[in-house]
Design a protein. Sequence first.
Length: 438
Amino acid sequence: MKKSNLDTLLLLPIKHFIQKKTSVGNLLIISAVLAMIVANSPLSETYHDFWKHYMYFGFEDFSIKKNLLHWINDGLMSIFFFLIGLELKREILHGQFKNPKNTILPIAAAIGGMLVPALIYFSFTQGTNAVSGWGIPMATDIAFALGIMYLLGDKVPISLKIFLTAIAIVDDMGAVAVIAFFYTSDISIFNLALGGVFLLILLGANYVGVRNTLFYTIFGIAGLWLAVLLSGVHATIAGVLLAFTIPGSKKINTRLFLRKTRQLSYRIKSMFKEEKDEDEISDHIEKFSSLSKEATAPLHRLENDLHPFVNFVILPLFAFANAGVTITQEAFSHLLSPVTLGVISGLLVGKIVGVFLFTKLAVVFNISSLPEGVTFKHVFGIGILASMGFTMSIFITELAFDSDMYKTQAKIGILSASIIAGFCGYFYLKYIAKQERE
């Protein structure tokens, strides 16, 4: 098929960019850098004031009022957490976590990568109001970490990429648990119970075979998400819960799908030879679409559909809205504040020590074994990449602190640690790959 100028100049480059494994990380970096530039330009005041504008949803006495920053962090990021939930469920049903033996090592590494950073941060801030930020250095940014890993291409074994992905997924679920249990406001039992009712409805629909994604969308947003939002529990938790109600099975198996498509292809060929009406032929061609839908699990369809929107709209918007730190004369003094030092040390030291130490202990005590082709030198590199906390760390910062000063100090620590970890992780793993080749 001949390509138009629009295809050549715009659509194909965009498609190529979206399909690249490193594009998400690059776009997040661009968004964060752009936010820092704007926040330190003459537009600084406009930038900060813009996110404080309020939006209302509802009618008369029943409405929800939040500023733009909260709608991004509570609303759009719920979709990000929904995607995390979908990925975790897929891994449990069909992937890395299907075999319990494969889950032990990444779970051990992720636990170490959460506990040690939290303890280090606590040691820097104990006795101050900033101690509530202990969850900040616990998180790993999966997009950044995997983006750096994919930059290395075939220089690192595929099993190492899978290992890092598994650690990051467990790490994300740990962050979700921390948010649910430790970073919530006053809880409304009525709304929480109402959310439980909607969750049971969605689980029941899955059990009886409802596969219409529109049904889950309506009951998930207007029911579960709204009830959780009003309950005081952070709304992003609703995204994870909703993900586990999405059906993960196909309506027809692959064998039946192939048989039906062969029959349909034969029927269309016959109609074409008989010179049947074009509309009638088109009706039969459209049946391929419905067959493909029946042979694909709703879980898989939603995950594929949401990835571009989350990766190229929600996460860059979140980064642009939250990473803008205005650098003043006082900002340099923040580098020596307990919060900044706690975050930097927690991420750069705590993550490396926690991931490496807990992985080593799991192997030494024969609880698990390293994936094929992975050495402890690789595990050390994984620990460095896991120090990139960016998205989740900034997200927890907004929940942990009311003080703008603490938020600024934490964000300086997150950005500094993530940049250092990204460069060091890339060059360290590249050096290890060179050593192995030699």
